[in-house]
Design a protein around this ligand. Structure first.
Ligand SMILES: [Zn+2]
Length: 127
């Protein structure tokens, strides 16, 4: 099948319409009220609001005996970049980006999780 120039334009216009529809209906973009919460030893350590285009920041937390954890936070979510941890489960978790997801470092007693509006969406699927 050979396409004429006019057909190609129609295809492009339709594709653009579909893409913009997907962006508008993407809950990650429309909710926009998410925050990354870091807890150490069960206490609140830091809360960072997730915003589009926000600057990447690295949070360095030191523990006793020279142990530490480096958590990177940016508009995509949070992950453990570097850690002194026997099992490194926290680092292996990788990036968390959706509300309700969490990174847990049991040996250092650190919890990182995302709080936000799209949290209820997960419950909505299973009924
Ligand atoms: Zn860990």
């Amino acid at each position: 099948m050979k396409m004429k120039k006019g057909d190609l334009i129609i295809v492009l216009v339709l594709a653009a319409a579909v893409i913009s529809w997907l962006i508008i209906n993407n809950p990650d973009r429309t909710s926009g009220e998410r925050q990354i919460v870091i807890e150490t030893n069960g206490d609140l350590y830091k809360v960072v609001a997730m915003e589009e285009g926000m600057e990447r920041q690295e949070i360095h937390i030191e523990f006793k005996n020279g142990k530490y954890i480096n958590i990177v936070i940016d508009e995509n979510g949070a992950y453990v970049r570097d850690v002194v941890c026997p099992d490194k489960v926290c680092q292996k978790t990788g990036l968390i980006s959706k509300a309700g997801q969490s990174i847990v470092c049991l040996p250092n007693r650190v919890v990182v999780y995302i709080e936000g509006k799209d949290e209820s969406e997960i419950d909505g699927i299973s009924f």
